[in-house]
Write a protein that binds this ligand. Sequence first.
Ligand SMILES: Cc1ncc(COP(=O)(O)O)c(C=O)c1O
Length: 386
Amino acid sequence: MASSKTIYVTQPELPPLEEFLPYLRQIWDTRLLSSGGPFHQMLEAALCDYLGVRHISLFTNATIALVTALQSLRIAGEVITTPYSFVATAHSLMWNGIKPVFVDVDPVTLNMDPARIEAAITPQTTAILPIHCYGTPCDVEAIQRIADDYNLKVIYDAAHAFGVRREEAGELRSILNHGDLSVLSFHATKVFNTFEGGAIICPDAKTKQRIDHLKNFGFVNETTVVATGINGKMSEFNAALGLVQLKHVDGHIARRGAIAARYRELLADVPGVRTLAQPSGATPNNSYFPILVGAGHALGRDGLYKHLREQGVAGRRYFHPLISDFPMYRNLPSADPARLPVARAAADQVLCLPIYPALQDADVERIAGLVRESALAVESPMLLAA
Ligand SMILES: Cc1ncc(COP(=O)(O)O)c(C=O)c1O
């Protein structure tokens, strides 16, 4: 049955409480609360296994992980990034005293357009910071080619890309193994959540060790501090929760896939509405369900956003405004809207519809029905009045 309560863009997933209680009891018994305790170690091992990556370092959230990832590779000067992301992507640069240089995105994937990167490189450029937006894989090969040519590092903001795989050399491999480092978010709103949390995927044990030191104030032992580290450690509570969540995540991703498929079916021929193409050869996680609402829709994006709200459906305009529109960025030359036409158009048109495992089929149908009916609202004004 369709619910009468407000439907938000997401609803955090929680495991049955009984499954979590034995973990809590162990924490209470051992009084091991933080600093790389047993659950922290177990979750790192379990995630390496689940995600198909070699090394992972758990963090308190993805923002601190991004800040630390940049520190660990000693990134400085200028970094080329995307304006079409959550603001933490660029903020992580500013926290390191790095100048973000925005380049436009690709109109199909809304990921950073590799063709724009080269023209933005200067002698100060040290790295590229793209995101796998909505979990859609970036053109990692093209980005790596440019990074190799110009000797730049690549750090992926992979906050949306938990569990995303791509066909490579005849098998499905994690998208998280590309670039020098990838950063995941386990925030409450993400496909896999530990309430708050995040992680850095590292290619080798030495890099992980440096990152582990940096997230622990720079300590390597009781009396030696080797860097101006920060406190980015995930607690035992969050790590234990992650172990329980991991048992359910395949089911959650499958349910998201079914909802996305139903939305695609129901919205296929709605005037003025475009869904993003599914990347070929990739297994998506459907962390978001963005639609682009163009001039062909009678209400336009903001009208539809408002109409859905009035009907108890709280979609979100991710990512509007662009990061480059915020006051701390908008005076940068690369923030000039004329240089970012594709990102600007996407920010003006995007609306993320609710998607989460507990969303009922009847609600998906009702939401898609609202989008469809209002598309023709000018011809049938009664639909909106109803
Ligand atoms: C693309 C992107 N990067 C970074 C973050 C920050 O993650 P966290 O909330 O774990 O710090 C988020 C979302 O929260 C995000 O969507």
